[in-house]
Every structure is written in C-alpha cells, then in structure tokens.
Design a protein around this ligand. Sequence first.
Ligand code: MF3
Ligand code: CO
Ligand code: CO
Length: 272
Amino acid sequence: MTDLLDMPVREAAPKLHSADDFAGMRKAGRLAAECLDMLTDHVRPGVTTEALDDLARSFVLDHGALPACLFYRGYRHTVCTSINHVVCHGIPGPRALREGDIVNIDVTVIVDGWHGDTSRMYGAGPVSPRAKRLVDITYESLNRALAIVKPGATVGDIGHIIQTYVEANRCSVVQDFCGHGVGRVFHDSPNILHYGRPGTGQVLKPGMFFTIEPMVNLGRKDVKVLSDGWTAVTRDKSLSAQCEHSIGVTETGVEVFTASPMGLFQPEILSA
Ligand code: MF3
Ligand code: CO
Ligand code: CO
C-alpha cells in the first residue's frame, strides 16, 4: 500500500483503461491470487515466513512473472508477511509461525507489465475468537466497499463504508497507509483511503484500476514503523488484519481482478 507521507499533495488524474488493459489486469490478478491459494496449505505452525517467501518467489518465477516487491525501494522479498500486531510490510525471516498466529500475506506480481496486487489473512492452526472476529470484520469491510464501487460513486464513499462498518464493530481503521491506483505502475493515483466522508474525493469512472486494502486494528488506530524501515506495527500492540484486492471500475460496477480461483479469499480460519 502507499505510505501517505510519500504522496504528492496534488494527485494526477487517474488513468482510464481500455478493454485490452482489463485483459492484462485479469491475467496478473489471477496469478497473484493463485500464488496466495498455493500458500494456503503451507501456512501452519512451524513454517518460517522466509520459507513462505521462497515458495511465493518460485511460484511467480515458474509462471513467467516477476515479483514486483523484490528490489522495490530496497525491499528484498517477494511477499510481506505481517503477523499478529504487525499492520503491514512485515519482512519474511527465520521467525516460525506459532499456533494461534494470524498472518497477512501480500503479494504483487507483474505479468506482461501489469501489476496484480492482493493480500489475505491466514491462521496458523486454530486462533483465538477475538483474532477470528477481527479477520472476519476486515474481510467484511472490504466486501462492503466492493459492493458500492461503480461509476459515479466516490473514493470518499469507499472510505466511509469501511470506516463505518469497522467502527460499529469497535475496531479501528489504520489511516497511515492507503490503497492505490494500480496497473502498469505499482503505486499510482488515486489514493484510496479506508476512511472518509460520503460524496467526497475523486469520482469513480469506468476504466479506473485501484486497490482497496483496509488495515483494521482490534485496539487503537495508531501505528509506528520499526527501525528496519518497513515493519509497521500497532502502537498499543493490539492485533491487526488486512485484506486487499486489485479491481477495475466497469460501466456498471466492479471487476475484481484478484478473486481466488479456489474460493479461498475469505479466510477459513478456525477459532480455538
Ligand atoms: N503490496 C503492497 C501494497 O499493497 C506493497 C508492498 S511494497 C514492499 O501496496 F516493498 F513492501 F513489498
Ligand atoms: Co497494494
Ligand atoms: Co499488496
């Protein structure tokens, strides 16, 4: 996702894409989703996050695609693995998952120049009821946003529906990172904030491509970035969850480029 501090004050007008461009994003989005599908059975207690990263990198390269995160702004991995109170940009390493951990895996692939960017939540074995509840709320907040995407709706409508739902469930929305335009460029305009006021911001038009990727905390919304320069964590150490789709605005609504071919986007997380 985009770090808001890096963004120019005035946004460039979002690109409007053609039918051929939709076909390009469909392929990239599908491969990204297949990569996350492939990881599902590997996410269990004892696996290290670097082993998951290795699996993802091999999968992407074996399918003739490029891992967009590898060497992106000095990042050295294919996926981000964000465990428990890590909000986003967790760096794969020797840490093994423990039973009860929740982890977000975020992958972006480049196919024929198009970026497919998606993340979802996994559980290592059964997780606590509060962790499962957080994951369910995060998933539902994205779903509610997808349901209102169509020409004429605004970016503020998207943020508002996510924030309203999350806060009604006594959770908080992270405000320091946002979704982003996506396509031939990894992080493009428009910024997609996951909070906001109805009717404000850019008006959605057919042919716009962007991600929606809410980060939701069980506690307060405040985050900090660790000294590695990447790992964002909740300041109060409360659990955090995220899910992300790359989408296109169609004449009548939305096309989700990163839907799971195996129907695994909605986390099948067991509660302890
Ligand atoms: N995939 C992330 C996003 O949703 C970006 C990760 S950038 C990285 O936009 F360098 F940390 F990998
Ligand atoms: Co993204
Ligand atoms: Co992503």
